[in-house]
Write a protein of this length. Structure first.
Lengths: 427, 380
């Protein structure tokens, strides 16, 4: 899951633009720079002969940050490659290596890349890894994906394992297990970095990560306003920053800057969304990166703004000590029980006042899509809003059917209209 | 009893788990469904209940499970849910739901929700960092939870003594199954693929004391036979499950014997014993920690290709000439390990075929063609 790209779909690309796209705001530009810098830093490290790591999106980034290790994020890379329409070719390259086309598209793209297949998306080229950091809180696919990279390159793998949780709370037993793994990971990463773990730097990284998380949540919260000062699709783009650079000051600052811009829009009653908002929906799941335009088109045509995305609460890791940090990392979207998943979603649906829910049954992501049908029933029951599901894939365009999607969006719009009328009649 | 009579008993059990379930319930016993993988069945036995393996079904169709599950999930998990929904498993008193793959994670939730008024669901999350002390501790914590939940169902405490006893019973049963696998290889003229499968499958639906007694008798009969001079081909099977008699019939039709297996439903489930001394809960955790060479488990030495090489060695040591991989559709763990397995087999000069299968498969025409061609290749 998690990741993203700096393609500014909502504001520019997805809309069939006749005039030149509006220049991005300073906040958005700052956010893009943060991500570019992460990629550039990896290349610089490689040139200097320093080790470069590849990390899963929800590995505790604070450790590498404290050790000054350069790290890039294959999920972000894969999303970027997919968004720039090189996903299918990369997926097929992985299939030629023997990886089945049922496997998560991110994993396939990344494994193809790791095996030496270069991408046409120059902004997402990365140096080959000297070590890999795997945290399987989002899925177990991650475990085998990273093992495969370790095997291809004969490099060390640092594993932080987060067992799936059946309860809303994180047990002390699980925290103890996590804490011990953190210590182990630090120890192994010290060897890779060739320097001692610096508590002060770690505290700073944690402070930055918390500040980023809070600024991110603040940005997400602006979607509560009616009309929303932006399209929720923009959040997908900004995800790149929470994924690749949570522990950096520049990230926190860029989000804070974006927040002031949104504040201004709210004050002026303006928005960067390229159409007037008639309906508000939650978009459930990872978007289909290769088909952002196709996703956006019928939404725009019907005045449907995405005002809630599950990523918002899912990446707001706020904590104050090692134990609560361990607890925070246990709460990734695919590591929590259905009750927690429903609570997150219904919370943002209520806060962000949605009229409906659009559910992506994502062929790539089994842990995510596996209990969506039940969730859908709960949304309808608890929130009284209509839901519509469509079949797609975050990275492999072969699994997305545009005609089906359009029909489902149409159905959702009609259902939302119906509900609106009923409400008005009752009022 | 004759070999034929013994095998027949196993085959009857394997073919009709529902009747088995009823039989134990009629005896006043409680039964616990155990989904894959690595659940500590010993605890169920120690609680005085009968563990019942849940590995999908070869003759059911997914229908009610569609209410919970999109199509792109393995049929094993979906059919387990189906059997819980359609009443096939109504006689169960509880079900253990492990969550070691990405399908089983959400499935544990679907099952708990769907069964909320019908059946207690006992959740199990194994750690992947299972070997270090902290991993062992986490496994013990998880197993302690299972123990408590089982006590609620049985209404009586599960004592350490009972667990130690169950460990002995299970070790014996695992040893007997390992022995049987070897004997089946040496006597593959008598123990054909269908029979081999039935004998091993029955273990999931019988209390182990009963099962081991029967299997020991069969092993003794087999040991007394002269080693067969097999003229046909021999393979190792690999994958999650390959218990469909129709599929195995094709092996028999082309004189292909199974020399050994790397199958989750078979040998992967009885490779490792639990220590018989010390704290029994820790012994069970240790047993899980020592599981290895498995597509589902994290390999601390992942930069080498240990699993692939392990399987390639298995082929060589068993005297097989090739490997048949039963690839369950939508099974990420198996699919992710395939290129590494392929590499190890290619490096060792071992031919293999990969057969895409699922439990709703009813037409085996393609499989037949592939197996026949493979038999020709390895008989050269
Ligand atoms: S399976 Fe899902 S959670 Fe895992 S990497 Fe793929 S998209 Fe992300
Ligand atoms: S390991 Fe494979 S076959 Fe088994 S439940 Fe998971 S996906 Fe299904």
């Amino acid at each position: 899951m998690a990741e993203t790209e700096k393609t500014t779909v909502a504001a520019t690309e997805a809309a069939p633009v006749k005039k030149a796209p509006k220049p991005a705001s300073p906040g958005t530009q700052a956010l893009r720079k943060v991500v570019s810098d992460v990629y550039a830093a990896a290349w610089t490290a490689k040139e200097k002969g320093e080790p470069v790591g590849w990390s899963s999106s929800k590995f505790p980034c604070e450790i590498a940050e404290a050790l000054g290790l350069a790290v890039v994020y294959p999920e972000n890379q894969a999303a970027g490659i997919a968004a720039q329409h090189d996903g299918e070719r990369m997926c097929q390259a992985a299939e030629e290596l023997g990886f089945d086309n049922d496997i998560c598209g991110y994993a396939r793209i990344s494994l193809a890349y790791a095996s030496g297949v270069e991408t046409t998306n120059e902004s997402r080229r990365v140096p080959m890894p000297d070590f890999v950091l795997c945290c399987n809180n989002i899925c177990n696919c991650m475990t085998k994906w990273y093992e495969n990279i370790a095997r291809m390159h004969n490099i060390p793998l640092i594993m932080i394992d987060v067992p799936y949780n059946n309860e809303v709370t994180v047990s002390d037993s699980q925290v103890a297990y996590m804490r011990a793994q953190f210590d182990d990971a630090i120890h192994q990463m010290e060897k890779i970095a060739g320097r001692k773990f610096d508590e002060k730097k770690f505290e700073q990284a944690c402070a930055n990560a918390n500040r980023t998380a809070k600024a991110w949540l603040k940005v997400c919260d602006y979607l509560q306003y009616k009309p929303a000062p932006m399209s929720g699709f923009d959040l997908f783009n900004h995800m790149a920053d929470v994924v690749t650079a949570r522990g950096k000051t520049a990230t926190a600052e860029a989000f804070e800057l974006l927040a002031t811009e949104l504040e201004e829009h709210v004050k002026n009653g303006t928005t960067t969304a390229p159409f007037p908002e008639q309906y508000r929906v939650m978009f459930e799941g990872i978007p289909c990166w290769p088909d952002l335009r196709a996703l956006f088109k019928p939404l725009k045509a019907n005045g449907v703004n995405v005002t809630a995305v599950v990523y918002a609460p899912a990446f707001g890791f706020v904590y104050d000590d090692m134990d609560s940090m361990a607890r925070a990392y246990c709460k990734a979207p695919n590591s929590v029980c259905i009750e927690q998943g429903v609570e997150w979603r219904e919370g943002i649906c209520r806060d962000n006042k949605v009229d409906g829910v659009l559910v992506h049954y994502n062929r790539s992501c089994k842990p995510w899509s596996g209990y969506m049908a039940e969730m859908q029933r709960r949304f309808t029951k608890d929130l009284g809003v209509p839901c519509a599901g469509f079949d797609g894939d975050q990275a492999d365009p072969r699994n997305f059917n545009q005609a089906q999607y359009e029909t489902r969006v149409q159905g959702l719009v009609e259902a939302m209209e119906e509900t609106k009328k009923l409400k008005e009649a009752r009022a | 009893m004759s070999i034929e009579a013994l095998v027949k008993e196993f085959a009857e059990v394997a073919a009709n788990p529902k009747a088995q379930l009823k039989k134990y319930k009629d005896q006043g016993k409680k039964c616990i469904g155990v989904m894959p993988y690595f659940a500590p069945e010993e605890l169920v036995a120690a609680a005085g209940m009968v563990p019942f393996g849940m590995w999908g079904s070869n003759d059911k169709t997914i229908s009610q499970a569609k209410e919970y599950c999109a199509t792109f999930y393995c049929t094993i998990a979906q059919l387990d849910l189906e059997m819980l929904l359609d009443g096939t498993l109504d006689l169960l008193d509880g079900v253990i739901t492990p969550t070691i793959c990405d399908t089983l994670r959400p499935m544990s939730q679907n099952i708990r929700v769907a069964m909320s008024e019908k059946l207690p669901c006992i959740f199990l999350a194994h750690p992947q960092n299972r070997k270090p002390a902290f991993g062992l501790k986490f496994t013990v914590d998880q197993y302690t939870h299972i123990r408590k939940e089982l006590e609620k169902i049985s209404g009586a405490p599960v004592t350490d003594e009972a667990i130690s006893e169950a460990i002995k019973v299970y070790n014996k049963s695992r040893a007997a199954r390992r022995e049987f696998v070897k004997l089946a290889n040496a006597h593959c003229d008598v123990i054909t693929p269908i029979k081999r499968s039935a004998v091993l499958k029955a273990a999931w639906f019988m209390p182990k004391t009963e099962y081991t007694e029967l299997l020991t008798a069969l092993n003794a009969e087999l040991s007394a036979l002269p080693v067969c001079d097999w003229k046909g081909a021999k393979v190792v099977t690999s994958g999650i499950i390959c218990d469909n008699p129709k599929l195995l019939q094709i092996f028999e039709d082309y004189n292909i014997a199974i020399a050994a297996d790397d199958v989750a439903h078979e040998s992967r489930a009885f490779r490792v014993d639990a220590p018989e001394s010390g704290d029994p809960m820790m012994a069970l955790a240790q047993q899980f920690a020592e599981q290895d060479f498995d597509v589902l488990l994290y390999d601390e030495q992942s930069s080498s290709n240990r699993r692939g090489e392990f399987v390639a060695n298995l082929v060589k040591e068993s005297g097989a000439k090739g490997l048949v991989l039963f690839m369950q559709q939508f099974c990420d763990p198996e699919e992710m390990e395939y290129p590494s397995l392929k590499k190890a087999l290619d490096d060792a000069g071992i031919p293999h075929i990969r057969l895409g299968v699922d439990q709703q498969m009813r037409d085996f025409g393609q499989a037949r063609t592939a197996i026949q061609a493979f038999a020709d290749v390895i008989s050269l």
